[in-house]
Design a protein around this ligand. Structure first.
Ligand SMILES: [Fe+2]
Ligand SMILES: [Fe+2]
Length: 398
């Protein structure tokens, strides 16, 4: 039985919603309380699997989220709010896994809970976890990232956040490389982490910090460094393509930024494998690259990456893109493309088989677009992806 706790000031109006959810999903046990205090009382006697918190009272809501994280680190934390701007706040400070804009329809809440539970079941299958463990202790959440989260929690300015990143030379170098790249083309050279943070914004900085946190975790020698460098170049290309697709679809600005940052992070699992194996760049006639990874190493880069970031408590959007970027159909069927789906689309145009571009990847994307009623996007998106391809494109990795 999955225990779901809903904390909402308008709890009285939610009884009917709970009845609907329980009758649709008998395996869900629904409980509703009106205040953070009642929620903590509930948690004294029960351990909920999913906690849905309304952020109408922002301060108390965030305090409650932090308390839930402390007491029940494995519980899924979903936040609802009438204010769209709460999304980036609650996700960037790492206290919530998903954000839902109020009013929340029963179907959307049901989908959010089901998605979170399914993602966790997929990422922590026993075979995957034991294969990942064979590689030894996984990297820890980067120290700079923790400091960054604490800074956001105390409402620090972007300049202060830039100074935190600036304390780490390797992260600063990567940040400056992105900010000064041809893709962003700043009018004047960007020469400090503070300026780069103001220029790129928090979400992109967060992605770069996480990438460098894994890439730079311990020196592994020139062979591994070269593989990681290839993954970095490839990730930037996917990020740039996903962002162009988001622009093309006229998504809101926060989603455009998400498309880039999720693109930067999509192959974090490939870095974990690259420390031990030559990368498997391409599938063969019958098997995808992931299938070959599973057969040779016991785990695919998608599984290893999802397992890691789930353990770090990163938002579900991040876990999902690491898990499913080669399976665009798994990003749902709503007609509006999400940032994660656009990363999967960018990957489909770059995936290769032994004989060149992999037609199966484009076929999978085509099916996913058709399921969303967006079949007409395939050709224009292909053109956008071709245009985004930089002249210095490197060989695809993972
Ligand atoms: Fe990949
Ligand atoms: Fe990739």
């Amino acid at each position: 039985m999955t225990c779901v706790l809903i904390v909402d000031g308008e709890a009285d109006g939610l009884e009917e919603l709970c009845r609907q959810l329980h009758s649709a999903r008998e395996e869900w046990e629904m409980h509703v309380v009106a205040t953070p205090r009642e929620a903590l009382g509930f948690m004294d006697v029960r351990a909920p699997d999913v906690v849905v918190i309304d952020l109408a009272q922002m301060v108390d809501g965030v305090k409650l989220l932090l308390e839930v994280e402390k007491r029940q680190p494995n519980a899924v934390r979903i936040v609802t709010s009438t204010q769209a701007e709460h999304r980036s706040y609650v996700e960037s400070i790492g206290v919530a896994h998903q954000f839902l804009q109020k009013p929340v329809e029963p179907d959307s809440l049901m989908e959010a809970i089901a998605r979170a539970c399914a993602l966790r079941r997929w990422a922590v299958r026993p075979g995957v976890v034991s294969s990942v463990r064979r590689y030894g202790r996984p990297p820890r959440l980067p120290q700079v990232y923790r400091a960054l989260v604490q800074a956001v929690q105390r409402d620090a300015s972007l300049a202060e956040i830039g100074a935190i990143v600036g304390s780490d030379p390797a992260m600063t170098a990567r940040l400056l490389q992105v900010a000064n790249s041809a893709f962003f083309a700043p009018r004047h050279p960007i020469t400090s982490a503070e300026l780069a943070t103001s220029f790129l914004g928090l979400e992109m900085v967060r992605a770069i910090v996480i990438f460098e946190g894994i890439a730079g975790a311990g020196s592994a020698g020139p062979v591994v460094d070269r593989r990681v460098h290839d993954i970095w170049r490839h990730s930037l290309e996917i990020a740039a393509t996903a962002q162009r697709l988001a622009d093309h679809e006229k998504l809101p600005r926060d989603q455009v930024a998400s498309a880039f940052s999720l693109g930067v992070m999509h192959d974090l699992g490939a870095i974990l494998l690259a420390r031990h194996h030559d990368p498997i760049d391409a599938g063969d006639q019958r098997h995808s690259a992931e299938e070959i990874e599973r057969e040779r190493h016991g785990v695919a880069h998608t599984e290893a990456g999802a397992c890691l970031v789930l353990d770090w408590g990163l938002p579900d959007d991040v876990v999902e893109v690491l898990a499913f970027h080669h399976e665009p159909l798994r990003f749902g069927t709503t007609s509006r493309p999400t940032a994660g789906f656009l990363v999967a689309a960018a990957c489909a145009f770059r995936d290769v088989s032994a004989a060149g571009p992999d037609p199966r990847a484009v076929e999978r994307l085509s099916a996913a677009l058709a399921a969303r009623g967006l079949a007409d996007r395939l050709d224009p998106w292909h053109a956008v992806a071709d245009h985004a391809r930089q002249p210095a494109a490197t060989k695809p990795v993972a």
